[in-house]
Design a protein around this ligand. Structure first.
Ligand code: NAP
Length: 254
């Protein structure tokens, strides 16, 4: 039942590492022309070269999506250069864990700026194009995949503001889903548990210890495992919308 993505255009934010990078590779392998966006242009250029060598099409765009003008310009450049936008993977995110009391408040600002406002800016700019793609593309369907987390379902001591941002992503996604689903824009929420990426490396050293302890006996997922779930979502036939995917390492209990 898998429908290939030939002739479609996908935009993946946070594609310079981890889940975004892995997702860009598989969407390109499925035939989509993929715009890869993040701040580290060198890594995006290397990814574009890899995708090209594998026979795919990709374009690197340096963008800090916490700057609304850059987020808007990213979407507009996608459409200007590749002609359309069928799939947005709203993936860029940061996880700065730690207790709420005495937290460096700029960490909260960074999480809200990227996980909430950055995601919203990309969604806002992309929606007119996704709605247009759902009307006039050969597949007559378009996708917005928003990357949340288990932390978007389960609040935990020590991840309060990350929980806040990811719960917000879940609430926004479900409201938007109801608004646009009859127009065949599918809004999907992906909620991974622990994945082996750079994400945890940005957590303060004094908080890292507790994290390492929590996941000491857990074999974490690979970025490709999440990319696989995203690919499943966006390659369903028009009549099928995968609204939500909660995906944990087998050994992760909570
Ligand atoms: N890893 C996990 O265990 C896990 C679990 C649940 C959910 N998630 C979610 O999965 C998503 C991807 O995370 P990951 O695990 O793949 O981590 P990652 O390897 O750290 O990737 C994060 C990506 O976001 C980009 N980014 C950061 N700030 C940005 C900005 N201001 N503008 C544009 N891009 C920016 C980074 O690139 P640059 O630094 O080059 O900009 C990088 O490409 C996040 O939303 C995260 O919350 C991850």
């Amino acid at each position: 039942m898998t429908e290939r993505l030939d002739g479609t255009v996908a935009l993946v934010t946070g594609a310079s590492s981890g889940i975004g990078e892995a997702t860009a590779r598989v969407l390109a392998a499925q035939g989509a022309a993929v715009v890869v966006a993040a701040r580290r242009k060198g890594r995006l250029d290397a990814l574009v070269a890899d995708i090209g060598a594998a026979g795919g099409t990709a374009l690197a765009v340096e963008a800090d999506v916490t700057d609304r003008a850059q987020a808007t310009a990213l979407v507009e450049r996608t459409v200007a250069e590749l002609g359309r936008l069928d799939t947005l993977v709203n993936n860029a995110g940061v996880m700065l864990l730690g207790p709420i009391v005495d937290a460096p408040i700029e960490e909260w600002d960074r999480m809200v700026a990227l996980n909430v406002q950055g995601l919203l800016a990309c969604a806002h700019a992309a929606l007119p194009h996704l709605l247009a793609a759902a009307e006039d593309s050969p597949r007559r369907v378009a996708d917005m995949v928003n990357i949340s987390s288990v932390a978007g379902r389960v609040p935990r001591l020590g991840s309060g503001v990350y929980n806040l941002t990811k719960h917000g992503v879940g609430a926004f996604s479900e409201s938007l889903r109801q608004e646009v689903t009859k127009r065949h824009v599918r809004v999907s929420l992906v909620e991974p548990g622990a994945v082996d990426t750079e994400l945890a490396s940005h957590v303060r050293e004094e908080v890292q210890g507790a994290m390492r302890k929590r996941f000491a006996d857990v074999e974490r997922m690979q970025a490709e495992d999440i990319a696989d779930a995203i690919t499943y979502i966006v390659t369903r036939p028009r009549r099928v919308a995968i609204n939500e995917v909660l995906i944990r390492p087998t050994e992760q209990e909570g």
